[in-house]
Write a protein that binds this ligand. Structure first.
Ligand code: SF4
Ligand code: SF4
Length: 104
């Protein structure tokens, strides 16, 4: 599993650097985030959720759309929006009310 970081969207805030439990993300000389060892990423999505610029997208496995599909996310109030974009640009969004998400 791995992620893609957009140099254009990254503003170098370091939130993803702090969030990655594997210490896999660094900033380059231009202050842009990059992943050092993509193969070591285990897909926890912490960096994807932490980035306030939606600069990080997560490559989905074949069982979740695969074939170039990417997952991005942003939060608005209590709601988290997970957007899946396939290789053809088709988008699907899943909305989670985080206020209710932990109720069993
Ligand atoms: S959290 Fe997003 S904007 Fe901030 S350094 Fe990481 S990729 Fe760049
Ligand atoms: S998905 Fe998790 S393990 Fe992979 S780079 Fe992001 S924070 Fe690190």
């Amino acid at each position: 599993m791995s992620i893609f970081i957009s140099r254009e969207a990254c503003v170098g805030c370091r939130r993803c650097v702090e969030a990655c439990p594997g210490n896999l993300i660094k900033l380059d000389a231009d202050g842009k985030a990059y992943i050092r060892h993509p193969k070591d990423c285990w897909g926890c999505t912490s960096c994807v959720k932490e980035c306030g610029r939606e600069a990080i997208s997560f490559f989905l496995g074949a069982d979740m759309g695969g074939r170039g599909s990417r997952l991005t996310t942003h939060k608005e109030g209590d709601f988290r929006y997970w957007k899946i974009t396939d290789a053809a640009g088709l988008e699907q969004t899943i909305v989670v009310n985080q206020k209710d998400a932990n109720r069993y």
